[in-house]
Design a protein around this ligand. Structure first.
Ligand SMILES: *Cc1c(COP(=O)(O)O)cnc(C)c1O
Length: 362
């Protein structure tokens, strides 16, 4: 039996008629960019996150960048984030002219280490972007307390954490604003690119709506130089069909994670759940000192795995001008060598989980 890392077809087949009908409506009304399907999704996604506003965009990267820009962050400002994240977290900070400053992660959870946050704060620091990596919320209470003491903003990178809970509250409502990605492989995935900002700040929401649309509050009148980051009508339609299923899909992911933990050999370390959180379980990540050999062995048995991520931000060639070097963020570097993401998606079967766990034992 082969086990894919992710099976987007399995999910599509389970919702096909509803998706077809929703897409047909967009085609029949030619509402290809923004429009009623996107507005409906914005309302429903804001409600599901427990926020006043949702602004639908064309990617999670745009969500991060426009969230920062709408708060007046740019040239000469520093924004703190974590060394082990998808490249886009740091990239978005750079895109709006600010400087990404990195903090190492905790070994057990792989999340930003609040103990190391204060040392990274300077007179130029404007904001902190904790990343809810693998679907698990960062320690928002401690991060927010530090931010308050230094008069900084906190924005969630919730691109992997749709539906995750932190002390009973949904990801997206835990800071001064949040960025989501609807890239197809995310827990809530579009059938193309997509992203959104959630916020309770109506003035910020208004600015982001203008920024996403060429800086234009009304057609052909441009208040500022903006971007073209509007969500497609077809993506809004797909996302609005999928949103009511998100919690059930996340429940399945958590059940699969529990099953992995039960069946995996006891010497296999996993990324720990932090107390008080309910992870969206975007990825199920184990650690192995012989990670590359293990990955090859699983591959030879038809089991696909991933590495999220093999190179921490500070060692990416794109940031060579920052002068970061090997050894700067040792926990992130160690995890990058040991982590392996096992197959994880709602439709994963128990037989597939057993197959993966048996292959890891041998
Ligand atoms: C996916 C992702 C992004 C970027 O989202 P895109 O929609 O691909 O632009 C940003 N941060 C994290 C942590 C992500 O996983």
């Amino acid at each position: 039996m082969s086990v894919p890392f992710l099976d987007l077809q399995a999910q599509y087949q389970s919702i096909k008629p509803a998706v077809t009908a929703a897409m047909q409506e967009v085609l029949d009304t030619s509402t290809y960019v923004l429009g009623p399907s996107v507005e409906r999704f914005e309302k429903n996604f804001a409600r599901s996150c427990g926020t006043e506003e949702c602004i639908a965009l064309n990617s999670g990267t745009a969500a991060l960048a426009l969230l920062l820009q709408a708060h007046g962050i740019g040239q000469g400002d520093e924004v703190i984030t974590v060394a082990n994240t998808f490249f886009a977290t740091a990239e978005a900070i750079s895109e709006i002219g600010a400087l990404p400053v990195l903090v190492d992660c905790e070994e057990a959870t792989a999340l930003i280490d609040p103990d190391k946050l204060e040392a990274a704060i300077t007179a130029r620091t404007k904001a902190i972007i904790p990343v809810h990596l693998y679907g698990q919320p960062a320690d928002m209470d401690r991060i927010s307390a530090i931010a308050r003491a230094h008069n900084l903003l906190v924005f969630e990178d919730a691109c992997q954490a749709h539906g995750a809970l932190y002390k009973g509250k949904r990801a997206g409502s835990l800071g001064g604003g949040a960025a989501f990605s609807f890239y197809p492989g995310k827990n809530l995935g579009a059938y193309g690119e997509g992203g959104a900002v959630t916020t309770n700040d109506a003035a910020i929401a208004k600015k982001i709506r203008i920024l996403r649309d060429h800086g234009s509050p009304t057609k052909y009148h441009h208040d500022v130089v903006g971007w073209n980051e509007r969500m497609d009508g077809l993506q809004g339609a797909v996302l609005d069909v999928k949103l009511p299923k998100l919690d059930t899909w996340n429940e399945s992911r958590r059940a699969h994670a529990a099953r992995y933990r039960e069946l995996l050999p006891k010497n296999i370390q996993t990324i720990a759940d932090s107390p008080g959180s309910t992870s969206a379980m975007h990825l199920f990540v184990i650690r192995s000192p012989n990670r590359d050999a293990l990955q090859e062995r699983l591959q030879s048995r038809g089991i696909q795995t991933g590495i999220h991520y093999p190179v921490p931000i500070h060692l990416q060639p794109a940031y060579r001008d920052r002068g970061w070097k090997q050894g700067d963020f040792p926990v992130a570097e160690m995890l990058a060598k040991e982590i392996l993401s096992l197959p994880m998606f709602p439709e994963l079967t128990d037989a597939q989980i057993k197959e993966v766990c048996e292959a890891i034992v041998i």
